[in-house]
Design a protein around this ligand. Sequence first.
Ligand SMILES: C[S@@+](CC[C@H](N)C(=O)[O-])C[C@H]1O[C@@H](n2cnc3c(N)ncnc32)[C@H](O)[C@@H]1O
Ligand code: SF4
Length: 339
Amino acid sequence: MNSETADIDMNDPPRLVTIETTSRCNARCVFCPNNALSRDKGSMSTELFEKIIEDCKQFPLYEIEPFLQGDPFSDPQILDRLEYIRGHLPDTRLRLYTNAYGLNERKADRLASIGLDDLTISINTLDSARYEAMMGIPLARTLANVEYLLSDRIRGQLGAQITLRMTCFDDTSLHEQDEFLRFCESRGVESSISGLYNYKGHIYSDLPVPSYGCEHVTRLDILVDGSVTLCCMDHNGEYGWGTARDLSVLELYNHQVARRYRDLHRTGRREEADPCGTCNMFWPLLDGLSPEQEALTRAEFEAYVVKNVPIGRRRPSGSATLGNLHSQQVSIGRRTVDS
Ligand SMILES: C[S@@+](CC[C@H](N)C(=O)[O-])C[C@H]1O[C@@H](n2cnc3c(N)ncnc32)[C@H](O)[C@@H]1O
Ligand code: SF4
């Protein structure tokens, strides 16, 4: 332990650890900053991955997500890694998000034999022209993979709660949302419609910055090279601290920088935390609050949801459309090349 981490509280573990096993992605979603990362893309070494899992065995870890930027099925070793996590952290909930484009029948069979607790498939729309314009890949292959995964045999073996997720633009019609909801209902899966996050101002989104604390400060996010990033919105790891190559997961979570973020968010000072005062991530921080603070945060979150409808079926407002996100990606791409 070095001097920076000497006063670590080993009794304060993260509720969730995310590991970016790859930063590569087979899609090019116009709303996702993965298209414009300023760091090199690649996959995590086996040695580092296994070291992080070993660290996680030192405390009770509620949930683990082996992905961050990129798509897990762009990591050639993802199935081995999922199996490794299951074997070494059998009591930790294993969650995965994927666009399912790379999740073919062979991989689905193996995934089912490993088992998951939660699987979210980011399908975004069932309109094939919009899907292609939004994600840069054809819908037909994704849909075929999804249908196979949802067959009784595979989902029975997989044992996961399955959610299909739609990212809602400000021009996503109610018809498009209803088609998506009908599809989910007919297949007996959960549905989730989410508005756009602004990635600290990098992506256009009309959702305001909440005043309450953000739930992301009670997780630990580790990038491909082992460096810690503030959260999934800090896609280039600009606000991170330390690396899992040198420090344990518990040391990193209890690092003075991490604790300062938690303190600011827990004491109603989100706007003082850079870059959190510009980030519209709307899920509330409830862990570690007094009963009064928790009740207040719940009320603020409910008011935010009623006013802004960040989740669920939402009337189009027309400000962040697929078209203007396309032109924005071009400018984000330029900024990255220049930097
Ligand atoms: C960053 S992706 C990584 C996992 C995987 N590639 C996928 O598509 O599910 C995680 C989730 O974030 C969503 N996402 C990406 N950019 C977003 C944005 N600007 N606003 C809201 N959700 C976004 C994706 O659609 C996906 O559901
Ligand atoms: S407010 Fe935004 S930038 Fe800050 S921790 Fe939450 S998601 Fe990350």
